[in-house]
Design a protein around this ligand. Structure first.
Ligand code: EPZ
Length: 420
């Protein structure tokens, strides 16, 4: 297993190009199953998750080739039954269910099960499929959805923590080939949902309202092949903006979308990290001494839960009390105890973490527990004095395209080593 070895204390300087979005690419790759014609998806980040999705498409019978950031898929003939082990291993693969149900009127996929950040049920996905007329059976770890035909309907997809991103994506995809009109209420408004709707419309779907809480899908008889370029990864962009502030450096982001990052930029400005436009690019640097701020994670356009851990690393450096409240996932504070190993002073109180910031961090061996927690540990390790070893970075490779190489280009002293 690989680790990162980081020698801290170096301010990051230079330019970094933001990759395509993992969370947009996964449902878009799944959507290629909706047509028997070829599709070309560009700016797909080279990650273990996207490579996994390509494997799943192939296991369903599609031909798929991933090279130089482009995936060519041809799902000429497919089956409605996905390999248990493959789907079970990556939660995001649940978004093949909607396309299979839409095109074949049947889908058999393994239940994704919980993960370290929360229980993550799929009841809302299934509620959406049932509203289109599908019967749902859960047996032997599988969910079976089947329908003689799908009929458009209205469905409210709000849950315990508000809308569901992949639930909205799944129901939207299934509804593209249903008879009649589907109205999704309390839909997720994330840019990744909008990017998926853009691709589906390029395939001949009729979707309006994506990006708002009400999405309308008018079913069509058939979808055709299409080409699409995935949006930039706003979570990767946020991670580099925060790394610039935490190391007291100056970093220029190329290819990031500022309009997808408003809540993050707003909080960073409040914390003393200026994020400014420079032509088409974004530049981040500290404007003043870091200041404590309160952050609450919310559905888009609120502050993203996928940036909560990284923001905690920054606020551990800001003198004073910051309160971070996680409203989306029940147990997304696994990074707190690892940040404490680096000397951070953080207490968990229910859904909030009380960060007593301003202590100097010092390097130590730490363990990554999930994708975004690992990014937070890399940021804290770069801000800390001495050496930090971040173990189990396979978590990080799931969602960041060669983060070590990008950071080295910015002057970081970071290397990939075999875990001892
Ligand atoms: C997507 O997951 C992202 N993953 C997550 O990013 C992200 O954290 C999440 O949206 C929220 O923004 C991908 O896009 C692949 P949800 P998703 O359904 O769609 C509850 C990362 O780090 N819920 O919007 O699975 C659920 O338990 C990952 O890149 C139900 O109760 O998340 C959670 O508390 C991590 N019933 C909340 O809703 C359901 O049927 C939001 O989950 C579905 C969800």
């Amino acid at each position: 297993m690989e680790s990162f070895l980081i020698k801290g204390g170096v301010p990051l300087h230079g330019e970094v190009t933001i990759s395509g979005s993992k969370n947009a690419a996964l449902p878009i790759l799944a959507a290629t199953l909706l047509t028997d014609e070829p599709c070309v998806i560009r700016r797909v980040p080279d990650l273990s998750d996207t490579r996994f999705m390509v494997k799943i498409l192939e296991s369903l019978g599609a031909t798929a080739r991933f090279a130089d950031g482009t995936v060519k898929v041809h799902a000429r003939k497919i089956k409605g039954y996905a390999d248990y082990e493959l789907v079970r291993k990556m939660r995001g693969s649940i978004c093949i269910a909607g396309p299979l149900l839409g095109r074949l009127h049947k889908a058999r996929v393994s239940l994704p099960g919980g993960c370290i950040i929360g229980a993550r049920p799929i009841n809302l996905h299934l509620k959406g499929f049932a509203s289109l007329g599908a019967t749902i059976k859960i047996e032997g770890g599988y969910v079976d959805a089947a329908a003689k035909k799908l009929v458009g309907n209205s469905v409210f997809l709000g849950g315990r923590a508000g809308p569901t991103v992949l639930g909205t994506a799944n129901v939207m995809m299934a509804a593209t080939l249903a008879d009649g009109v589907t109205v999704i209420e309390s839909a997720a408004c994330e840019p990744e949902v909008v990017d998926l709707a853009v691709f589906l419309n390029a395939m001949g779907a009729q979707i309006t309202g994506a990006g708002s809480p009400t999405i309308t899908v008018t079913g069509v008889a058939k979808l055709h092949g299409a080409e699409h370029e995935v949006i930039p990864d706003r979570v990767e962009a946020a991670t580099f903006l925060i790394a610039a502030g935490a190391t007291d450096g100056e970093v220029t982001l190329k290819g990031a979308r500022a309009d997808h990052l408003r809540a993050v930029i707003d909080k960073l400005n409040e914390a003393g990290v200026a994020v400014e436009r420079a032509g088409a690019h974004l530049v981040a640097r500290r404007r003043t001494r870091l200041k404590p701020v309160d952050v609450t994670t919310l559905p888009y356009a609120g502050f993203p839960t996928d940036v909560q851990a990284q923001m905690m690393s920054l606020l551990a450096l800001a003198p004073g009390i910051s309160i971070i409240t996680e409203r989306i996932f029940e147990s997304r504070f696994m990074h707190v105890s690892e940040l404490a190993r680096l000397g951070a002073d953080i207490e968990i109180e229910g859904p909030s973490a009380i960060v007593k910031g301003g202590r100097a961090l010092s390097g130590a061996p730490v363990m990554a527990s999930d994708l975004r927690a690992s990014a937070a540990l890399v940021i804290a390790g770069m801000a800390a004095k001495g050496s930090t070893q971040v173990n189990r970075i396979y978590h990080l490779d799931r969602g960041y395209e060669r983060m070590d190489l990008k950071l080295q280009k910015l002057g970081a002293r970071i290397g990939r080593i075999e875990e001892k």
